[in-house]
Design a protein around this ligand. Structure first.
Ligand code: QAP
Ligand code: CO
Length: 170
């Protein structure tokens, strides 16, 4: 078990497009376990491999109140997204302290391999649907602040760069 360092926006590595996981082997299972530990330690509800500088299609999520329902998505693909969309506030472990509204599909169906390499299809709505779409964006190199206006995004960029120089100011 290990805590992994999380990349912070605007690190250009966050824009890397992830490649499919070739096999759910011992290396991937260790990565899954380290990512879950990192997510729980940071009190997050979702973490994509991109955020820990591993550019493979792997996401871990836990939106449960009790933090005891880990969801592992290997090579996730959205098979259906509702035409109905809704704006909800999002945050990101790679953009600490920043929360803003993003419009996304209200419900999605996603096909993915689990930690045992078994194919599954999940139907999600509510917070889980938002989280799945947010995390899958990371695998495409996209951070949620890119949905905001250029003005907001530039303010966030400046604030994050300042915080990196002077962590007391976050
Ligand atoms: C993505 O984000 C998400 O700023 C996961 O200081 C978030 O786990 C999807 C976090 C909201 C849907 C709704 C953020 C922790 C965690 C922070 C997270 C912070 C500490 C963010
Ligand atoms: Co994020």
């Amino acid at each position: 078990m290990a805590l992994l360092p999380i990349l912070h926006y605007p690190d250009p590595k966050l824009h890397t497009v992830a490649k499919p996981v070739q096999a759910v082997d011992a290396r991937i299972r260790t990565l899954i376990s380290d990512m879950l530990q990192t997510m729980y330690d940071a009190e997050g509800i979702g973490l994509a491999a991109t955020q820990v500088d591993v550019h493979e299609r792997l996401v871990v999520i836990d939106t449960s109140e009790e933090r005891n329902q880990p969801l592992v998505l290997v090579n996730p693909e959205i098979t259906w997204a509702s035409p109905e969309r809704q704006v909800a506030d999002e945050g990101c472990l790679s953009v600490p302290g920043i929360y803003d509204g993003v419009e996304r599909s209200t419900s999605v169906k996603v096909r993915a391999l689990d930690a045992d390499g078994q194919s599954r299809e999940i139907s999600a709505d509510g917070l889980l649907a938002v989280c799945i779409q947010h995390e899958m964006d990371h695998l495409m190199g996209k951070v949620f602040v890119e949905y905001l206006s250029p003005l907001k995004r530039n303010r966030i960029k400046t604030k994050m760069l300042k915080a990196r120089r002077d962590p007391e100011r976050v």
